[in-house]
Design a protein around this ligand. Sequence first.
Ligand SMILES: [Zn+2]
Length: 452
Amino acid sequence: MRFSPPRSSVLAAFVLGLGLTLLAFPAQGQGTSFNAALPLAHVDNGPNSAWAENQHYLVLVSLDGFRWDYAKRDNATHLLAIGKAGVWAPEGMMPSYPSLTFPNHYTLVTGLYPEHHGIVANSFLDPARGARYAMTDPQAVSDGSWYGGVPLWSLAESQGMRTACLLWVGCEARIAGFRPSYYTTFDSKTQATPQAEQARIDNTLALLRLAAADRPHFIAIYFSSPDHEGHAFGPDARETREAALRMDALVGKLRAALRATGLPIDLVVVSDHGMAKSEGGGIDLDQFAGLAGFDTVGDLLYGQTEEDRARVYNQLKHATSQFMVYRRKDVPAGLNYNQNPREGDPVVVATGAYAIRAHAPPAGETSRPPAIGIDGFDPRTLPEMKASFFAVGPDLREGKTVASFDNVNVYPWMAHLLGLTPPKNDGSLSILSGTLRDDGAAPENRKAIDEP
Ligand SMILES: [Zn+2]
């Protein structure tokens, strides 16, 4: 793919040796510039089409690990105010299984269960490909061949609408033929600094100040708190509560700034999953079963022969009440986790907040203390896994609450907010259509709906 400088004369840019164009600053702005703490790459997908220019805007924010009940528990006034002025799910949103960061961020933007989009865990093996995907591997995360489905930014770009993606899972990869027009490269060391957190807001505003032809209509923004604190200190710790309120304050700042643009922007704030206090000291599956002949990644087991798979299944079957084990094809249908070879076979499903892994790391490699808070579990067994959902904007009803719903339904709803036609997916617009001022009417009928 060829990268070329942005067409807008408002933008000044410099080109790095890598072939990416990084946005540096507006030559003449209104006091807002791109914040260098979070460099944005630009790929020229052309200007917004005339149709796209007339569509509304959608800013999607994820607060990693912001459990469904944190807002009320900690009196997160900005999020609660969004719920009051718009829409929220007071009983939480159901994450897809496994309730982990990478699978669920990618589900939110594709409307597909993890086994359908392929990111079935934060790290996993693809047996057919003989290769491993790991969230910590920059080469894997930026390789579009790992990702299925059509992320909302690729859908928009394919329909003539410009987008931006700030640290969301999949941002850096070319997926379904497109990269976002503006995107960031994930850097675990710097992304959680206060400067880089503020930079997400500065860059969003700078993007919204671009000329209409270049201005992204969909902006996805990821924040890694309060997940980080939830793991380190537990969901109920002071540090986690403080982090939740710090993120709430950032959301408040962003909302005020978005309103000040005067643009018709819908703001959606979600999380990927919740957080539970870890029970017990962790479980190593190799205590119960001989895993010779298995490749393993975390708690995923990839048996090389049918004989190995059957043997380990039988060894694990009655090992403990702390997990269930299934041959992959027999994993209960409600988990949507029984079709993709990347899930391994057999499949272990925890019955509580137990940290499960195939093997203990070799002696001398236990550098990290065991996490106090953990995620990844079935939200129907562990309601602490439920995620947050808040939204407000010109296309959304006021003071509307929704019952718990599966997060696959966010994608068709966001596509509708942007006037896009989504591909077939696991969600349905009907689940959230009651939150829409147009009740989900087809785009051509929308003009008849009066805005408040
Ligand atoms: Zn997460």
